[in-house]
Design a protein around this ligand. Structure first.
Ligand code: COA
Ligand code: ZN
Length: 306
């Protein structure tokens, strides 16, 4: 029944950034570094490491430069960092980042709350970022938040998502990650939007970034796989969300995603047990059990890892 899905999928680990930005506790820098190093050892090709945004907006990631200086970068692994504007880009360059991610949204109301800009203004802010990336031989990824619903304006038209995606591609990003920031999407919405996104971007330049707020993330992944999507963002332990999206708890947990992909016979190159250990390490740092269902089941039988 699932013969047509991609045989290999890229999993982009976003826990160190999307996960930690929404935690009340500020994780000590050394523990962030240890968490990222555990993830590097697990076999990810891409680990979003931190954000060079305003420390007033996201105090949890104010130590971005120290994190970038402290991690052990593995050969062949990308460590993208979130950058909202030229100031953030200069900080990212100074910190030795090689890949950045710019982010806007399909909803004006969310863009205003998140980065205090209109969508047009966000593109004006990205232009110098992408130009600097080119000058420094760096690559840029793009995010479209609130693609399936907005906490402030409600419904979001597919045309708005397609429009913003097209503008990011025109800017020269290598991939656009389409975000269900508040975790409202159901598979019918995936089926309605993804074929149009693939027609616009090509499947190899498209990623889905799903939150599991209402428990629909894996169902949405399965729908997207059947439509040819081959890249998914997720966070170890299922931590995270955007502080400017009220109630948007919980990225899709990497462990849950990997378990389903393994069952479907899809290769990722990532060691699921190693991700469980990385998530358990983060849970200890945060002082709580993390939401990943697979990790909870695995830890109950593995004993007290790591
Ligand atoms: N890094 C560090 N400081 C920055 C910065 C950056 N990338 N961008 C702006 N600042 C500083 C400015 O220097 C200024 O500091 P000052 O008041 O001490 O002079 C202050 O932040 C305000 O700058 P301004 O350009 O007026 O920005 P703003 O207040 O309109 O905020 C953003 C715009 C984009 C900087 C801010 O909203 C932001 O960082 N948002 C990120 C939100 C986020 O990460 N959300 C999660 C992702 S989904
Ligand atoms: Zn997210």
């Amino acid at each position: 029944m699932f013969e047509s899905i991609p045989r290999r999928v890229r999993v982009v680990e976003v826990g160190p950034r999307d996960g930690l930005q929404n935690e009340k506790a500020i994780v000590p820098t050394a523990e962030k570094i240890a968490f990222i190093d555990l993830l590097s050892a697990a076999g990810f090709g891409v680990i979003e490491a931190t954000s060079f945004v305003s420390p007033r907006a996201i105090p949890q990631l104010a130590d971005a430069a120290e994190v970038m200086a402290g991690i052990t970068r593995r050969e062949g692994v990308d460590y993208p960092v979130l950058v909202p504007n030229e100031k953030g880009m200069r900080r990212a360059i100074d910190a030795g980042a090689r890949v950045v991610a710019v982010f806007t949204a399909a909803s004006e109301a969310f863009t205003r709350a998140n980065i205090n800009m209109t969508i047009d203004e966000s593109f004006a802010a990205f232009r110098p970022v992408v130009a600097l990336a080119g000058e420094h031989g760096m690559r840029a990824r793009g995010y479209v938040s609130t693609a399936f619903g907005c906490p402030y304006q409600g419904a979001v038209a597919p045309e708005a998502v397609l429009d913003v995606t097209g503008r990011l591609l025109d800017l020269g990003v290598y991939e656009v990650s389409i975000g269900d920031t508040i975790g409202v999407a159901t598979p019918d919405q995936i089926a309605a939007l993804v074929p149009r996104l693939i027609a616009l971007a090509g499947a190899d330049r498209l990623a889905l970034h799903l939150h599991d707020t209402r428990g629909t993330a894996l169902a949405n992944v399965l729908a997207a796989l059947q439509l040819g999507v081959g890249t998914f963002d997720s966070a170890a332990g299922g931590v995270g969300g955007c502080p400017f999206a009220p109630g948007a708890a919980g990225n899709l947990a990497t462990e849950d995603l990997l378990y389903m992909l393994r069952g479907l016979g899809v290769e990722t190159g990532i060691d699921l047990d190693a991700v469980v250990r990385a998530g358990a390490f983060l849970g200890k740092a945060l002082g709580r059990a993390l939401p990943s269902k697979y990790a909870q089941a695995a830890l109950a039988t593995m004993g007290d890892a790591p």
